[in-house]
Design a protein around this ligand. Structure first.
Ligand SMILES: [Fe+2]
Length: 250
C-alpha cells in the first residue's frame, strides 16, 4: 500500500510528501529508507518534472555499449585545448590528480561535432529502449586523470542521465581501478549491448556497487542521481582521458 501511495505522490512532483511517507513507512519496513535520498535529490532540482520523465527515471539503469569515434583526433583536440593546465572552478572539488576542462565543451566550436556524434550514438541505442524520442547533451567536458588520480563519490544534479566516453584507459587495470557505481536503491538494471544480437542484454545488479573497468571506446550511461566515484590507483599510463557528458530528456 505504501508503495502505491508514494509512487502516486512521486508522479505528482510531491517529493516532500514522498520523503515524509517513506520515513513513516520505514518504521514498518526498512526498504522504504532507500528512496529517501532519491526524493531529496529531486526536491533539490526545484522544478516541475514531467510525469513521463519521472516514469522513465524511477528504475535506475546503467547502459554499456561501444561507440567507435576518431579517438586520436579527439585526444589531439584535448591537448590543444586553450585552457589546458589552467586552474578553473572544477579544480577544487576534493578530487586528487585530476584535471577537468570547463563544462561547456558541447558549445565549443572545436568539440561541437564530437558532441553531436556522441548524442546521435546515444539516441540510436537507448532512446528506443527508454521509449523517449530524444536525449540531448547539455554539458560535456574532458577529464585527465594523472597516475593515482581519484574522483570522490558524487552525483550530477542538473540532468537526467550522465555518461562517460572513454578515450584512453589502461588495458590491464589493477583490481580496484575503474568507475564505481553505487547501488543505493538496491536494484539497478544493467543493460549491456550485444552486437551479435543487436540489442541490450539486461541483468539486475543486487550488489552494493558495480565496479566498471572501461576499455577504449566504451560508453557508459546511468541515471544522473546514481552516485559514482573513480579510482585510478597505480595506473600505468600517465594521462587517462575520458569525456563525460550530461543528458536531459526534455
Ligand atoms: Fe561524475
Amino acid at each position: 500500500m505504501f508503495e502505491k501511495i508514494i509512487y502516486f505522490l512521486y508522479l505528482n512532483n510531491l517529493f516532500r510528501a514522498c520523503i515524509f511517507f517513506s520515513k513513516f513507512a520505514s518504521i514498518f519496513n526498512k526498504k522504504y529508507q532507500r528512496r529517501i535520498f532519491f526524493f531529496n535529490y529531486l526536491k533539490k532540482k526545484r522544478k516541475k518534472i514531467k510525469k513521463k520523465i519521472l516514469k522513465i527515471v524511477y528504475q535506475p539503469r546503467i547502459f554499456i555499449f561501444n561507440s567507435k569515434n576518431n579517438r586520436k583526433n579527439i585526444i589531439q583536440k584535448i591537448y590543444n585545448y586553450e585552457n589546458l593546465n589552467l586552474k578553473n572552478e572544477f579544480s577544487y572539488h576534493g578530487h586528487k590528480n585530476v584535471y577537468q576542462s570547463e563544462h561547456n565543451l558541447n558549445e565549443n566550436i572545436k568539440f561541437k561535432s564530437i558532441s553531436k556524434q556522441l548524442e546521435k550514438s546515444v539516441n540510436k541505442k537507448i532512446s528506443k529502449y527508454l521509449n523517449f524520442k530524444k536525449l540531448s547533451i547539455v554539458r560535456m567536458w574532458f577529464v585527465i586523470t594523472k597516475k593515482s588520480g581519484f574522483i570522490k563519490k558524487h552525483s550530477h544534479l542538473n540532468s537526467d542521465f550522465s555518461a562517460v566516453y572513454y578515450l584512453k584507459v589502461d588495458k590491464n587495470q589493477s583490481s580496484s581501478n575503474g568507475i564505481k557505481i553505487y547501488n543505493d536503491l538496491g536494484k539497478i538494471e544493467i543493460c549491456e549491448f550485444n552486437d551479435k544480437k543487436n540489442s541490450f542484454v539486461v541483468r539486475d545488479l543486487r550488489k552494493k556497487f558495480l565496479l566498471f573497468k572501461p576499455k577504449n571506446d566504451d560508453l557508459v550511461i546511468f541515471n544522473s542521481y546514481i552516485e559514482h566515484s573513480v579510482n585510478n590507483y597505480g595506473s600505468k599510463i600517465i594521462n587517462r582521458i575520458s569525456l563525460p557528458f550530461d543528458l536531459t530528456l526534455d
